[in-house]
Design a protein around this ligand. Sequence first.
Ligand code: MN
Length: 282
Amino acid sequence: MRGFGVHTSMWTMSWDAEGAARAIDAAKACGMDYIEIALLDPASTDAELGRRLLSKANLPAVCSLGLPEACWPSRNPDRAVEFLTLALEKTAALGATALTGVVYGGIGERTGHPPTQAEFDNVASALQRAARVAKDLGLAFGIEPVNRYETHLINTASQGVAMIERVGAENMFLHLDTYHMNIEERGAGNGILAGREHLRYIHLSESDRGTPGQGTCDWDEIFATLAAIGFDGGLAMESFINMPPEIAHGLSVWRPVAESAEQVVGQGLPFLKGKAAQYGLI
Ligand code: MN
């Protein structure tokens, strides 16, 4: 995946006929190179319809998710593989090129203890099997470290790299997120450097999840480091202003983080594109 994309959470979290059409139109209207589809409920996703709409709009896609509690890899790797297999099949059927996100657990999964060896063994086993399914479908398979309040398993770029290298699948990649790095890394630049060997995708999300350029993320450090490592993967703006309650709970978002989608697209997107151009990334 290359260029600038946007997470569909800007416009909808439900990929039904109405939501998909609205998100695709909006992404095209703001000149995006691709769209990131939230595939939280693969079983109810009409991939055939999605594929038709995406192909009509000539818009590439990637999918992302977190797993429901009954399928958390740390506890139930077999069910996790079943869930991920269906998600990967839907991803391929949509015509998308990758499945990424919190594929190693739930958004909001925490035991109240540090991760155990047994949990990591289960996660690695599930990811290894899922990566093979992805490979057979011709898909790339990413993992996104998220902050300590959303998982106890993988919080930093280094932990993500360790899991990817343990699994050892060629189609696995690291997906970083500036919002999470702002909490977990000793500077986002250090996170990007730690992940450089496997980094193929980054979420550009402000420190409050709102409008990029209006918080405390150090965007010059972020884009300068991406330029320094020769990053040529996908740059996806992510802001959470349209969330069903179960996701809002996992992400701990309790108030509007921006005035409107128009504000994020009208102010945040030009800001990010300006920075990316300034540092020669686009
Ligand atoms: Mn993210």
